[in-house]
Design a protein around this ligand. Structure first.
Ligand SMILES: Nc1ncnc2c1ncn2[C@@H]1O[C@H](COP(=O)(O)OP(=O)(O)OP(=O)(O)O)[C@@H](O)[C@H]1O
Ligand SMILES: [Mg+2]
Length: 357
């Protein structure tokens, strides 16, 4: 097991700067998720940890020791790639055994470790099959066993669930999570799926264009996003974002004027989560434009003075119809106000009244 540190890590490919200055400290045994959109540098970060890519600047530390120049095979890192890349001509047993081939592990011990890894992920019944004779979920488990057989000090998972159907993904999500707890191995999961990140990891590192936007617990990112990017990336349905201006100590958005606490920059963006909006007797008037039943909840789109607002209400039966007149209420503490120019949260700024226009 290991503590992992990125110290001013930089990665360029020729002239292309992919990661300008990355700083992360991951304590021993933690499960973190690297979350961000396609192309933001998630796999590049993993490949540097695995020893596939050499950073072009900065230091990578395992337990306080610099590993920049340490060869991949000497790092004791287990990795599961996105397209789990089992060797098609090998059996499950041979696939799991493979990482031990270059290690001086006595044959008896190697066999025992292969069996142990297979049992951990419940594929010991399938040892003589080839990958083509396995389901996607079984292949996924074999790939995980292959990553675990070395008893790695660091486990890297690059979009490990992306090829699975929704049900299997749910099962594997909780299996990987409990396996990680049991083994206590420092684990980094790469994903662009916010639900996967927040359900599995202790801490989430939210990345955008090679930069870290925020590191925090799933709750931190949801309740206290540092930036507009994080607010928009975390949460489903996506947060309502409304442009506004500060005017004589008030906030003007569309046709609405609101009292606010805290001082504001000139141009602001107000974030209102759909699940924090509710219909009431008082509040911001609006007209229902769209109704989407979503099983246990119903999502409404409502035209208001400040624009179209999504409202998520419990219950599968719609309480309001299209074109119905409604009033939207919310708690002032749930409003997030961002500086539109910098994209950063304005701490302590909230609406002063409970959602009245
Ligand atoms: N070998 C390479 N040479 C040049 N550019 C590269 C190379 N590898 C990656 N890049 C670029 O670096 C950026 C980050 O790529 P990376 O694979 O880390 O993204 P990612 O976050 O894993 O995305 P995805 O979610 O699509 O897998 C991309 O713009 C990509 O085009
Ligand atoms: Mg990738």
């Amino acid at each position: 097991m290991a503590r992992i540190e990125f110290r001013h890590i930089e990665k360029r490919f020729g002239d292309v700067m992919v990661i300008p200055d990355m700083n992360i400290d991951i304590p021993d045994g933690e499960f973190v998720a690297l979350l961000g959109p396609s192309g933001c540098g998630k796999s590049t970060s993993l490949f540097m940890l695995a020893g596939v890519y050499l950073p072009t600047g900065g230091e990578l530390l395992f337990d306080g020791h610099r590993v920049n120049e340490v060869e991949a095979r000497d790092r004791n890192v287990g990795i599961v790639f996105q397209a789990y890349a089992l060797y098609p001509h090998m059996t499950v047993r041979e696939n799991i055994m493979f990482p031990l081939r270059f290690k001086k592990v006595p044959p008896d011990e190697a066999r025992a470790r292969v069996l142990e890894a297979a049992e951990l992920v419940q594929v010991s019944e399938l040892m003589d099959r080839r990958p083509s004779q396995l389901s996607g979920g079984q292949q996924q488990r074999v790939a995980l066993a292959r990553a675990l057989v070395k008893q790695p000090q660091l486990l890297l998972l690059d979009e490990p669930l992306s090829n699975l159907d929704a049900t299997l993904r749910l099962t594997m999500r909780s299996e990987i999570k409990s396996l990680q707890r049991r083994l206590g191995v420092t684990t980094i999961l790469v994903t662009h799926d916010q639900i996967e990140a927040t359900t599995m990891a202790d801490r989430v590192i939210c990345m955008n264009k090679g930069e870290i936007e925020q590191i925090g617990s799933p709750d931190d990112l949801y309740l206290r996003p540092n930036t507009l990017f994080v607010a928009g990336f975390i949460g489903s349905p996506p947060i309502n974002l409304v442009d506004g201006q500060a005017e004589n100590g008030h906030l003007r958005a569309g046709e609405g004027t609101f009292d606010v606490t805290g001082s504001l920059p000139r141009r602001v963006t107000v974030g209102l989560r759909a699940e924090h909006m509710r219909f009431g007797d008082a509040g911001m008037p609006g007209r229902v434009r769209q109704v989407e039943p979503m099983g246990r909840e119903t999502l409404y789109e409502v035209d208001t003075d400040i624009g179209t607002i999504r409202v998520l209400e419990a219950g599968s039966t719609a309480a309001h119809r299209i074109d119905g007149q409604v009033k939207i209420a919310f708690d002032r503490g749930d409003t997030l106000i961002f500086d539109s120019d910098t994209g950063r949260l304005v701490p302590d700024a909230h609406f002063a009244a409970n959602g009245s226009a």
